[in-house]
Design a protein around this ligand. Structure first.
Ligand SMILES: Nc1ncnc2c1ncn2[C@@H]1O[C@H](COP(=O)(O)OP(=O)(O)O)[C@@H](O)[C@H]1O
Ligand SMILES: [Mg+2]
Length: 245
């Protein structure tokens, strides 16, 4: 059974249709990208899945249960997700647990166990401004994962990073996902990123945005660094560039 499903989601803003009849699915442990140019409605789709926006028609289901228009079911990392500058990293990351009513000391104790896995050892009592961009992003990802162990929605999580840091983050991310196996929808406009990280890719295009294609990336995980320079990779890339035209 699917972990998460959207059925025929349509959204209008100010009388004009922004996304049209979007039906997509996410299975347990999958990383699935939603790839498209900016303005095509990707963030709108995530706002619907997270329950922040009520669609004009269509439904969202988690484990077969209708969750349309209800929040708190999935964890959502917004496009420019920022850490609170006046809180230490451990308190920033512990926020989801505190929101759920956990005591601060208990929340810190639980959260601290993940620091090593997320490459954040030693940053617990630092402030966001003392960390590199990549480290801040890892902290934001860890916080997202602690919101829910079911489904994560990541809206362009790596797009603000320079290319070299981004490449390192991709490798790190693939490793961590091997351990965590969280079902994840990832929004991106970066074709390489989508191919490298995804089990499947949905192409979203047009105005209003529609799903125009689903592509299965049939490459075993964990993926080797050299995958991105392989012929297989280039073939996926050629295909995607064509279908985005
Ligand atoms: N709250 C809103 N009110 C009106 N129009 C919006 C709102 N949010 C987004 N839009 C419009 O909907 C379209 C899709 O936006 P968005 O979902 O942010 O696209 P993407 O994330 O793919 O860049 C854009 O034309 C945008 O201007
Ligand atoms: Mg967006």
């Amino acid at each position: 059974m699917n972990k998460l499903t959207t059925k025929n989601i349509t959204v209008f803003y100010d009388g004009s249709k922004v996304i049209d009849d979007i039906s997509i699915e996410l299975r347990q442990g999958e990383i699935v990208s939603i790839l498209g140019v900016s303005g095509v409605g990707k963030t709108t789709l995530f706002n619907v899945i997270s329950g922040l926006v009520m669609p004009d028609s269509g439904t969202v289901e988690l484990d077969g249960k209708n969750i349309t228009g209800t929040t708190g079911n999935v964890s959502y990392m917004l496009q420019k997700d920022l850490l609170l500058p006046y809180k230490t990293i451990i308190d920033n990351v512990s926020l989801p647990l505190i929101i759920r009513g956990e005591k601060k000391s208990k929340a810190r104790e639980y959260t601290a166990k993940y620091f090593e896995e997320f490459g954040l050892s030693g940053t617990e009592y630092k402030y966001p401004r003392q960390l590199s961009g990549g480290m801040r992003q890892r902290a934001a990802l860890l916080r997202t994962y602690l919101f829910s162990n079911q489904v994560a929605l990541l809206d362009e999580p790596f797009s603000a990073l320079d290319n070299i840091t981004k490449g390192n983050m991709h490798q790190w991310y693939l490793q961590v996902m091997e351990q965590i196996k969280l079902s994840t929808f990832l929004i991106t406009h970066d074709i390489d990123e989508a191919i490298l990280l995804s089990d499947r890719i949905y192409i979203i295009a047009g105005k209003p945005g529609k799903i125009t294609e689903e592509i299965i990336i049939d490459e075993a995980k964990p993926r080797h660094k050299d995958f991105i320079v392989s012929e297989n990779f280039m073939n996926y890339k050629k295909h995607i560039i064509k279908s985005l035209e």
